[in-house]
Design a protein around this ligand. Structure first.
Ligand code: FSO
Ligand code: SF4
Length: 541
């Protein structure tokens, strides 16, 4: 195996024996093969489109769900991945028969899944290191990880009935291009930027899907303590799963709590009508070993962010969608299908209520619609000098000690700064007593990592209000933390929107070769982080 797609990769170089995330070599190789066969399928669908033929949305969904399955911490289940490879290979074969001109297909488009041992042999030949040139490899992987993140966001929109054939066609054609040896480095750089543009479109699609289905997020106080009933903890990012769970637990005496990136669901008006929607339990994904233990009830992982599951709660952990873990029950249901959570609910009824680990409330719900409603107040505070700077501290949290930087940085910021956050990075500072500026909290949480889109929208709005020539002239700075591939698409989207001088940490991606890193530095002013003192000086003067 060789994997360097996330921020915690071994030695900031690459995981070679087993993943720091807990993924074993077999699963890592099978995930590479799933990407390969998905790219083969994409070659066929791209050829069909070029011949003016229509591609079924179900095939688009297969591509996005396959890519989602390979995101860090989403799926550790070799059997489930093998099933996906076989299914994808079979569908590819079927579609191939509809292509008129079959003369230009690559090996990936023609490869068929056979016995497991053959698959495992094949997987060893098509991984990341099969691209020899380090700069080409770096760009190919940067694009691939952006596509994985984009696929995740598109899938979340799809479950809410929103489709965008253009984005799907792009994902599929780009998956093919990053295997094409005739593409120059310049063409790959152009494709990277286009991936960012499609990232903006993907986040806009998801924003529209979320807000048209569940309403606009609004300022909300969220209980972080517990009630006395047994509970179900729902984690990951899938709001449709949450909706189905809330419907099915109504009147059962079982409460539902959000965990990690599911917290922002609390901000949507549509979920507030459920009396058993009890609050948020715990923190960012990496603390789950202790928190799932003390929760006592079943846990539903709707997407990535699974930490290797402890035996003590293995029989209480369920997966669904692209998520999977060997030995944990998977709840079936494709995009658009109704899921049956009765096993989880029945188990919950036999469990003790959660043990309280915190008490009180946190505040959030500052997505673009809510912030626009507060625009007058915010603009006034900027004009009067009460707010000097906005610091976007969006992205991911992680288990490395170096991430304490972000808590310390938040604490060290001058009191006339406001932190704009989204993603699970928020847990580093959302619970700190940072106060407010004229009633505006000093930490504004927009929502999940995809809601970083809100900060881009708000920045564009402020540009208009302040009649700034350039978005980079506004008093907004970006100090962003990354962990997995959704953060890669968020970053590429911000670059596509023209945002410069983003600080990215806690380390720069291992998949950036020195030359590719230089391009990002010289064209976009990207840099890493330094010490808290240094960086506060850089950002706030
Ligand atoms: Fe965090 Fe995990 Fe949302 Fe990521 S929960 S790390 S960027 O999956 O997706 O913010
Ligand atoms: Fe290593 Fe991250 Fe890949 Fe897991 S996802 S194998 S930790 S690089």
């Amino acid at each position: 195996m060789f994997c360097f797609q996330c921020q915690e990769t071994a030695g900031n170089k690459g995981c070679v024996k087993a993943g720091v995330c807990g993924k074993n070599a077999q699963v890592a190789n099978l995930q590479d093969l799933l990407r390969y066969v998905t790219s083969g399928l994409s070659e066929v669908t791209t050829a069909l489109r070029n011949e003016g033929k229509k591609v079924d949305v179900k095939v688009n969904h297969l591509v996005t769900t396959n890519l989602f399955t390979t995101i860090t911490n989403a799926n550790f289940d070799a059997d489930a991945i093998v099933k996906r490879i076989r299914n994808t290979s079979a569908i590819k074969k079927e579609l191939l028969a509809h292509v008129a001109d079959k003369s230009k297909f690559s090996e990936a488009a023609l490869w068929d899944a056979g016995e497991l041992s053959e698959m495992e042999e094949k997987a060893k030949t098509i991984g990341v290191l099969s691209t020899e040139n380090e700069d080409v490899r770096s760009l190919r992987e940067l694009i691939a990880y952006g596509l994985k993140g984009l696929a995740a966001y598109v899938k979340h929109a799809n479950v809410l009935g929103k489709e965008n054939e253009k984005i799907d066609a792009f994902i599929q054609s780009a998956l093919v291009k990053i295997r094409d040896n005739s593409l120059s480095v310049d063409e790959l750089i152009a494709l990277t930027l286009e991936t960012g543009n499609q990232g903006v479109a993907g986040m806009a699609l998801l924003d529209e899907a979320n807000t048209s289905t569940y309403g606009n997020p609004e300022i909300t106080k969220v209980n972080i303590g517990v009630r006395k009933n047994p509970g179900i903890l729902i984690s990951g990012h899938d709001l449709r799963d949450l909706e189905m769970l809330l419907e099915q637990t109504k009147g059962t005496g079982v409460d539902v709590y959000t965990h990690s990136e599911m917290l922002p669901a609390q901000y949507y008006p549509a979920f507030k009508k459920y009396d058993n929607f009890a609050g948020n339990y715990g923190n960012a994904w990496w603390k789950q070993k202790e928190e799932f233990e003390s929760f006592n009830g079943p846990i539903l992982m709707t997407t990535n962010c699974i930490v290797p599951v402890k035996d003590s709660y293995k029989d209480r952990l369920f997966t669904t969608g692209a998520a999977g873990y060997p030995g944990c029950k998977h709840i079936a249901g494709e995009i658009g299908e109704q899921k049956d959570f009765s096993d989880i609910i029945n188990l919950a009824k036999t469990c003790q209520p959660p043990i309280e680990i915190e008490s009180g409330e946190i505040i959030g719900g500052f997505a673009h619609h809510q912030v626009e409603a507060l625009a007058e107040k915010v603009v006034e505070a900027v004009k009067s000098g009460a707010i000097k700077k906005f610091i976007v501290m969006s992205g991911c949290d992680g288990r490395m000690k170096s991430r304490e930087y972000y808590t310390d940085f938040a604490k060290a910021l001058p009191k006339d700064t406001v932190i704009l956050t989204s993603g699970c990075a928020k847990y580093r500072y959302l619970k700190l007593p940072l106060g407010d500026i004229q009633g505006i909290p000093r930490v504004l949480d927009a929502g999940q990592c995809n809601d970083s889109y809100s900060w881009a929208i708000i920045a564009l709005k402020l540009k208009e209000i302040f009649q700034a020539a350039d978005i980079n002239d506004l008093p907004i700075e970006f100090n962003v933390a990354w962990y997995e591939q959704k953060a890669v698409i968020v970053l590429l989207a911000l670059l596509a929107l023209g945002i410069k001088n983003i600080h990215l940490g806690p380390t720069l991606p291992a998949f950036l070769s020195p030359n590719v890193a230089n391009v990002l530095v010289s064209s976009f002013g990207i840099s890493g982080i330094s010490t808290v003192e240094e960086d506060v000086k850089i950002f706030c003067g």
